[in-house]
Design a protein around this ligand. Structure first.
Ligand SMILES: [Zn+2]
Length: 716
């Protein structure tokens, strides 16, 4: 996943916005004692984490908004006729202070928040939305952008400049620049309310995740867990003041990793229920009123902007273009995926009966019995693998090693730079010629101040215009072992590390002039493509044998185990595809409706059931990967009507994997081609044009169908 902390002010495809224009109440500059007052003097303009206090944020935001508003007013009222330089270039340069504080604040409000930051975040959401609207709904400013757009062919612009003109124009129009004054007022109100509700949703979810953690009194109920996992559960309990007990913290998804190993069926059912009930209980963590409000407000905004629903609005600016294309894709994949899942369920039911079980396979049993079947079929045992996936080795000898082989980049650990949390590791990244590329931060451990899931983000965006090199971070949620114990990853976590690093490379290799196009500023249904491609190296033999070494002996993972890992990769694809598609279809269901069709809060759960049934993916043993009330991708912001992006991008990913294989795999030539034709371009060129330049033709869906065990899907 990817989370933009930057306001990406005018580059964002989604508009957050609001009612009151921001007052320019304070024209004098921010006190010099505030660390945000000037660009950081640290290498790569890394934020001076050790100097920033919670109380520095609010004044920096207030001044940052005022400063940019003043800059924008100057541009809008410029006496000279609009030119590329006095309008667009000036806008790209504007808002430096706001950018500095936003990047810092929104990174940390995700990965290391506290009560003060949460309170400020809730206050800021509508203010920032209003700030954005004050710019995007400014008539004079839009008149200048529109004039430039109409003259663009005669302005003598280079391709990146031309694209900047076009993107600004599109963003203004999509943000409502052409609406009548009264409609603009309505839009501002809607934007402010949406921004506030999304923030409230995220904050409640963090609380729901923390409250939903399963507390176990008796260690015997943890039968089946590895000693390390039991120690981690004891540690988690201690951190919550429950010394002597055990706590299984909830991960974001419906299914929980611990379900695989827990032998006690009752505990499994309690854990899954805790997961699936998040946001559905009355009280302080109830998300139902918020999600229905968000869905309704988004639908109203879409109507106002001239679209039948929010999905139609959001998709227009994606590579998919419209709801019909997304529905066709999901509709084509769902029936064979569910059929696969049903076949897998029959196998699991047999495994239950084979050990004398008299019960019907339930969702809480799936992972547990899937693991048994996998062990029988492939003699593959997840717990045998963990000792070969020590976290530091995975990072340096796996993730970094693959990047070095492909792109020639090297990594040097920096321990001299201040960090926001002691668990974060910093590396300086260099090109093969020794030139500096950027900083990479690895923040891999879970903590209660961090939201769930895994994501990449930027602290500093690359831009030639601003003379900045990228500072990027990868966040994971790996349970931290007790002091002195090794961190041994699951294969899934290894894969996630490679995935997120694919986003990191997209940010690090960015080689663009304008901030709007930096790194991962590409359409939502394209951005997952480079990160998914990077997953291929996790199991690439030369890479795997390099990092998968026993943490005690250093002995490489035995080839028999490697072969099993590879053979087992297609296993359980019916489940994986179905749970994903169910979530993607839910996302579309919530966003392909008009305001009147949005259910009341009390009907949110019924709406969800009906949507899954209608899409043909209601299959009890395979619940959606996220239920509506904890679907942060779509109700927290970024991926609304865009969760389909993962499988949409996977078409490009599967094609590219075949391309790498055809061209000799892990080579500098291949890496350099991918980097120069695609990764380095960010959003400076149309996304599908980039893909075709790299791949040589239009995408082909067949490799994806084969990978997912869905080949022949169109015949079913
Ligand atoms: Zn991702």
């Amino acid at each position: 996943m990817l989370k933009r902390a930057s306001l990406g002010l005018l580059g964002s495809m989604l508009v957050l916005a609001s009612a009151q224009a921001v007052e320019i109440h304070n024209r004098e500059s921010l006190p010099a004692s505030n660390p945000f007052a000037r660009a950081s003097m640290l290498p790569y303009q890394l934020p001076p984490f050790d100097q920033i206090k919670d109380s520095d944020y609010a004044p920096a935001f207030a001044h940052g908004m005022a400063e940019q508003r003043a800059e924008i007013l100057t541009i809008a009222n410029h006496p000279a006729p609009p030119s590329f330089d006095n309008t667009l270039l000036a806008m790209e340069r504007s808002g430096r202070l706001l950018d500095r504080v936003s990047l810092m604040f929104f990174n940390l409000s995700s990965s290391n928040t506290n009560a003060a930051m949460q309170k400020l975040e809730a206050q800021l959401a509508p203010q920032l939305a209003a700030h954005r609207d004050a710019i995007l709904l400014d008539d004079k400013l839009f008149a200048r952008v529109d004039a430039l757009y109409r003259q663009r062919a005669t302005l003598g612009l280079n391709p990146e400049q031309l694209r900047l003109v076009e993107r600004y124009h599109t963003n203004f129009v999509r943000a409502g620049a052409r609406l009548a004054p009264a409609q603009k007022d309505t839009l501002r109100t809607l934007n402010a309310r949406i921004a506030a509700a999304q923030t409230a949703f995220e904050q409640r979810l963090l609380e729901a995740n923390n409250q939903g953690a399963l507390v176990i009194e008796d260690v015997r109920q943890l039968d089946g867990l590895a000693p390390g996992a039991i120690a981690a559960a004891a540690e988690a309990a201690k951190a919550r003041g429950l010394t002597g007990k055990y706590v299984i913290a909830l991960q974001n998804t419906t299914s929980q990793p611990t379900l695989t190993d827990l032998n006690d069926r009752g505990v499994r059912e309690r854990l899954l229920a805790a997961s699936m009930q998040r946001g559905l209980r009355d009280g302080a963590t109830d998300e139902r009123a918020l999600i229905t409000e968000i869905a309704r407000l988004r639908a109203e905004r879409a109507r106002l902007l001239g679209y039948p629903n929010h999905a139609a609005y959001a998709l227009e600016d994606s590579t998919a273009h419209d709801t019909a294309a997304v529905n066709a894709m999901l509709g084509k994949l769902a029936p064979p995926a569910v059929a696969n899942a049903r076949r897998e369920a029959a196998d699991l039911q047999q495994a239950i009966q084979a050990e004398g079980g008299k019960f019907q396979l339930g969702a809480a049993d799936w992972a547990h019995y899937a693991e048994k079947v996998r062990q029988q079929r492939y003699a593959f045992d997840e717990s045998q693998m963990r000792p070969y996936f020590e976290m530091q080795r995975v990072l340096e000898d796996g993730v970094f090693y693959a990047a070095t082989r492909l792109y020639g980049v090297t990594f040097k650990r920096r321990t001299d730079l201040p960090m926001y949390h002691p668990d974060v590791q910093v590396y300086e990244v260099f090109n093969s010629d020794g030139s500096r590329l950027g900083l990479f931060l690895a923040d891999y451990y879970a903590r209660s101040s961090k939201r769930g899931g895994a994501w990449m983000n930027n602290f500093v965006d690359q831009s030639h215009l601003l003379g900045t090199l990228p500072v990027v971070v990868n966040n994971l949620n790996v349970p931290k072992p007790p002091a002195g114990q090794p961190t041994l990853l699951s294969f899934d976590e290894v894969n996630t590390a490679f995935h997120e690093f694919g986003h990191a490379l997209h940010g690090l290799f960015s080689d663009v002039t304008y901030p709007m196009f930096s790194g991962t500023n590409v359409p939502r249904d394209f951005v997952e493509y480079p990160s998914q491609v990077n997953e291929m190296w996790a199991t690439w033999p030369e890479v795997l044998t390099h990092y998968a070494r026993h943490y005690q002996t250093g002995v490489p993972m035995p080839q028999t185990l490697v072969d099993k890992v590879l053979a087992a990769q297609k296993f359980n694809q019916g489940y994986a595809t179905t749970e994903y598609l169910a979530a993607a279809l839910l996302d579309q269901a919530w966003h392909q409706i008009g305001p009147a069709q949005v259910p009341a809060a009390t009907q949110a759960e019924a709406f969800e059931h009906a949507a899954l049934a209608k899409a043909g993916v209601a299959f009890g043993p395979v619940p959606p990967r996220y239920r509506s009330t904890y679907f942060a991708h779509i109700f927290g912001g970024g991926y609304a009507a865009g969760y389909y992006s993962y499988i949409w991008s996977e078409v490009l990913d599967a094609d590219s994997v075949e391309w790498f294989k055809r061209h000799g795999g892990l080579t500098r030539a291949n890496g350099d081609a991918f980097r120069s034709k695609l990764l380095s371009k960010g959003g400076s060129v149309d996304a599908m044009t980039l893909f075709r330049d790299f791949y040589g033709s239009d995408p082909d869906i067949q490799p994806l169908l084969e990978r997912r065990g869905l080949a022949g899907a169109s015949d079913t």
